[in-house]
Each structure stands twice: as structure tokens, then as C-alpha cells.
Write a protein that binds this ligand. Structure first.
Ligand SMILES: Cc1ncc(COP(=O)(O)O)c(C=O)c1O
Length: 397
């Protein structure tokens, strides 16, 4: 039988192959896993979650196992709203839609706003799985260069003027893949550029809570209000397996459409999981839990940077993240990260070549390193292997 697939599942080959390779790091115990984006299991509060699950079934079993409403469990939405409130963003539980991870949040936003050939804008490079999700809706994807301190403002202004994109998708804190963070000045400039346009800003910040150095920066919503849709997640602070994220949207009409859309695609996010998480958050110190993760990631990032400084040739440059899980490395002229990825894998180290993180650039010199799920020994060993491979590539040139 011949299957005639829909175009949307046939256009993803290039990036799909890369994702498959990256996920390999979760299942290949013999290879050093610098390619993935996997949280350290230190963030999984297994025993506390067991207690929370028991309490939910005992106190509220029928509600937990019944169908529920599309917008999500009210106490969980209240918790999220209060957390924003504490940081000075005035929102209510009504502004929040619980999603099946923030990945679904990105899909709901794109589905609600994008028709084929509509213009949208992303950072270059950007989060690979966001690019893949946006492609499902056949938009014209424009890119704005991501500089050390945030998006290139002149380019941003020019694209906004010329193409009036439906939204600008950006990751202001410890970006995936680069680890870069927007400065306050860049945040203000981005907001100024967007003000008065019909372009929504999609502010995706799954790593925002994981700042281990530097100064906390205001969210873009604080400058743009309802023009900014915020996306958040519990994946990097509690559990990616629970698949719990959210959309914060103070634009009432848009939020209502997204809630309607959510109902169409999956009725609602798993209510049992939402109730367990909410119970966990009500009876445990979330800030203290996050402190533990930050301390660990700070140490791992410092170890990786120290090793890179000591062993990588000086012609290799890299970012120095203030939080999150990633470092972005640039190889010297004349080398490609795909070559290094292949050689490194043979030598026992998985890295994420930069290519699929760019909408169009190929054979790039950049690649992503993840430190969150490796011990000191593994980081030391893996960086030395990479350094050896880079030197060999230099010698062979
Ligand atoms: C920038 C960014 N957004 C969204 C996600 C999706 O995360 P989740 O669906 O687990 O919340 C990720 C995952 O790595 C990410 O890096």
C-alpha cells in the first residue's frame, strides 16, 4: 500500500535527523552526552512526588481521574501567577493556559496565529524544535541575527517594517542553543522596536529560573504587556516527563482563541499530573529546590569552561552562560561542526552540530555543548577528547 503523507510531515527531514541523533544521548550510556538538553535527575523530587500523588488520590481521586477543563487546574495556574507577581509581573490565574510542556505552548501559539505564507520571525540561531513546530504551518520564516547581547536591532527594525511578522519568537534567558542572555538595554530596544506594530513577541523562558550568576533581568512582558505572550515550563526545574508548561497571555481575545484551540487538539492537559504537581508545590520549598539545581549547573558550567580554556586551541571561541544548560562554541575558519561531530562520535563524545539551529545556514562552524547531565570526570574527559579532535582537524588542514 502506498502512503501519501501530508506535506507537513515530509519537510522535516533535515532537522528531524539531527533531533534523532541528539536524543541518542539519552539512550547511549557509552557515549559522553554533550549533545542533548537533558536536565540532571537532581531536579526530579521522586519521593516528594510519590507523597503528592498519594495525597491527590486520597483527597481528590475522582476529580484527578475525571475529564477536566481546557485552561488547566486552577490552583496550579494560581501558583504560576503568584510567582510572576512576586517578580513584579502583574497577572492572574485567568491569564494562564496550562499546556503539555512548553513545546505544546509553541505549537498552540503558531497554530492560532499562522496561516501558510504568513511571515514570522525567529532568532538566528534558535531552538531547533521550535523551528520544526513553526514549519508545520508553512510560514515564511525570517531570521534576525543573535548577537552577544541579544537580537541585532537594526535588522529587527527592518524586518518588522518590511514584513510585519505575526510574531517574533525569542528566548531572552540563557538561550537554547547559545546560552546567551539579552541585556537590559537590548530588552528595552526590542520592546521599543515592537511597540506600535501588530507583531506579538513570544518570550520563551524555560531556563529563566536557572540563573547561577549575573543580575536578574526584567521579562519582556514588563515592557510590552499584552503584546507579549510568555511561555514557561516545569521541565527544567522539576520534571520534563510530567510534560507541564504554560502560556501566559494577557491579551484576552488571543488567549480565549488559544484555549479553544487547546480544547480542539487534546481537550486538556493531564489533570492527574497537574494536581500532583500542584500538591507538590503547595507542600515543598520550590525556591530551595531550584537553588540546588542552580548550584549544580553553576559548578558544571564552570568545570566545562575551565577545561575548554585549558585545552581548546585559542582560535576556538565560546559563550560563558549566566544560567541554563548550554555553551555555544565557534570553531576556527575553515572547519565545520558537522565534521567535528562525526569525528567526536567515533571518539566517544556526542555534540550538537550548529546547522539545524539555523533556519538556512549550513556547514557552520558552531556547535552546542550541554553540561547539565555530566559529572566532573565526564566533562573533563569529554572536553579533552574534543580538544584532541579539533587539534587533529587543524593539523590536517
Ligand atoms: C527554548 C525551549 N523552549 C521550549 C522547550 C520545550 O520544553 P518542554 O516542552 O519540556 O517544556 C525547550 C526544551 O528543551 C527549550 O529549550
Amino acid at each position: 500500500m502506498k502512503v501519501s503523507f501530508a506535506k507537513r510531515v515530509m519537510i522535516q527531514d533535515f532537522q528531524g535527523e539531527f533531533v534523532k541523533k541528539m536524543l541518542k544521548s539519552a539512550t547511549s550510556p557509552d557515549l559522553i552526552p554533550f549533545s542533548g538538553g537533558i536536565p540532571n535527575p537532581i531536579s526530579f523530587p521522586v519521593e516528594e512526588m510519590e507523597k503528592a500523588a498519594e495525597a491527590v488520590l486520597e483527597k481528590n481521586g475522582v476529580l484527578a481521574l475525571q475529564y477536566s477543563t481546557a485552561q488547566g487546574y486552577l490552583p496550579l495556574r494560581e501558583f504560576i501567577a503568584k510567582r510572576y507577581e512576586k517578580k513584579g509581573t502583574h497577572v492572574t490565574a485567568e491569564d494562564i493556559l496550562i499546556t503539555n510542556g512548553s513545546q505544546q505552548a509553541l505549537d498552540i501559539i503558531a497554530a492560532t496565529l499562522t496561516d501558510p505564507q504568513d511571515d514570522i520571525l525567529v532568532e538566528d540561531p534558535s531552538y531547533l524544535a521550535a523551528l520544526q513546530t513553526f514549519h508545520l504551518y508553512f510560514p515564511n520564516i525570517h531570521t534576525v541575527e543573535l548577537e552577544q547581547d541579544g537580537a541585532n536591532i537594526q535588522e529587527l527594525q527592518s524586518i518588522l517594517k518590511k514584513h510585519n511578522p505575526k510574531f517574533f519568537y525569542m528566548i531572552p534567558d540563557f538561550q537554547n542553543p547559545t546560552g546567551l542572555t539579552y541585556t537590559l538595554e537590548k530588552r528595552e530596544k526590542v520592546a521599543q522596536a515592537l511597540k506600535g506594530t501588530d507583531t506579538f513577541l513570544v518570550e520563551d523562558s524555560p531556563y529563566g529560573e536557572l540563573r547561577f550568576k549575573g543580575k536578574q533581568q526584567p521579562c519582556l512582558h514588563s515592557f510590552l504587556g499584552e503584546q507579549c505572550i510568555m511561555v514557561g515550563s516545569f521541565s527544567k526545574t522539576i520534571s520534563p516527563g510530567m510534560r507541564l508548561g504554560w502560556i501566559l497571555c494577557t491579551h484576552k481575545e488571543l488567549r480565549e482563541k488559544m484555549v479553544e484551540y487547546k480544547q480542539l487538539v487534546d481537550m486538556h492537559t493531564n489533570i492527574f499530573g497537574q494536581m500532583i504537581l500542584s500538591e507538590y508545590l503547595a507542600h515543598n520549598d520550590y525556591d530551595k529546590h531550584i537553588e540546588k539545581i542552580k548550584e549544580l549547573y553553576r559548578h558544571q558550567a564552570e568545570t566545562m569552561i575551565r577545561e575548554m580554556k585549558a585545552h581548546f586551541p585559542s582560535s576556538v571561541s565560546y559563550t560563558d552562560p549566566e544560567g541554563g544548560m548550554f555553551i555555544w562554541v565557534t570553531l576556527p575558519e575553515g572547519m565545520t561542526s558537522i565534521q567535528l561531530t562525526q569525528r567526536a562520535e567515533k571518539a566517544g563524545v556526542l555534540i550538537a552540530a550548529g546547522d539545524p539551529f539555523y533556519e538556512t545556514k549550513r556547514n557552520v562552524r558552531t556547535f552546542r555543548l550541554n553540561y547539565s547531565n555530566s559529572s566532573d570526570e565526564v566533562i573533563v574527559k569529554g572536553i579533552r577528547i574534543l580538544a584532541d579532535e579539533i587539534r587533529k582537524m587543524q593539523e590536517e588542514k
